[in-house]
Design a protein around this ligand. Structure first.
Ligand code: SF4
Length: 222
């Protein structure tokens, strides 16, 4: 009776949107992917590009979400937000998606506990730099729950953010834990500038440019 999977029937999540697109970020970049965007986020990063996900959406049974995902016939699934872990039942959705045979990734702010996430899920966890306005929310204990297949992402607005990210990289030996991604704030820091800083400093870090923004700009549903 206490099996979270068995008790999932009738369990609902508030869903902002479910859509089929190209994964624009992290290790699965370029793969056709179904995105499940959950409603709500307790953070307010100044450069947030998904503010439309903070409110609204529809309550949906996890079984109905799984059926919509299955209808696309796509191996890769990304659970995102908002902050998907703000809804506790997200953990059940992640487990059910893994059981259904999907390659599952989770995009999370790094502010909420990730210890309960199914180990098969590839976590893409932010560390919030000062330019986000939310650096005080970083839950550093989360670093102990990262696996080699996970990724840490730092979104960088300016040189001060970059210097902060380099300091955290060394302080927490991040590159030894998992892949580390540095990504420029779209429209604020040029990707070439960030690339030049990374090369000059010989960082063991991957540059990430959001592919979906090159393809579709800021349009929701991509
Ligand atoms: S954590 Fe993500 S969804 Fe929430 S405000 Fe920051 S960028 Fe936006």
């Amino acid at each position: 009776m206490n099996d979270p999977v068995a008790s999932a029937a009738g369990t609902r999540l508030r869903v902002c949107e479910i859509f089929h697109s190209i994964q624009g970020e992290a290790d699965a970049v370029g793969w056709p992917t179904v995105f499940v965007r959950l409603t709500g986020c307790p953070l307010r990063c100044v450069w947030c590009d998904t503010e439309y996900s903070f409110h609204g959406g529809q309550w949906q049974d996890i079984d109905a979400i799984l059926a919509q995902v299955a209808a696309y016939g796509t191996r890769h699934v990304c659970v995102t937000g908002g902050e998907p872990l703000a809804q506790k039942r997200c953990l059940i959705l992640l487990e059910r998606l893994c059981q259904a045979g999907h390659e599952v990734s989770l995009e999370t702010s790094g502010a909420l506990d990730v210890s309960g996430v199914d180990p098969r899920v590839h976590k893409v966890m932010d560390l919030k730099a000062p330019g986000s306005g939310e650096a005080a929310r970083n839950l550093w204990a989360n670093l102990e729950h990262l696996r080699a297949h996970d990724q840490v992402k730092v979104v960088i607005a300016d040189r001060a953010d970059y210097d902060w990210a380099c300091a955290r990289l060394h302080e927490h030996d991040l590159a030894a834990r998992c892949t580390v991604l540095f990504s420029p704030v779209h429209g604020k820091l040029g990707a070439r500038q960030l690339a030049e800083w990374m090369l000059a400093d010989r960082l063991p870090v991957r540059l990430q440019v959001q592919m979906h923004k090159q393809l579709w700009g800021d349009a929701p549903g991509h």
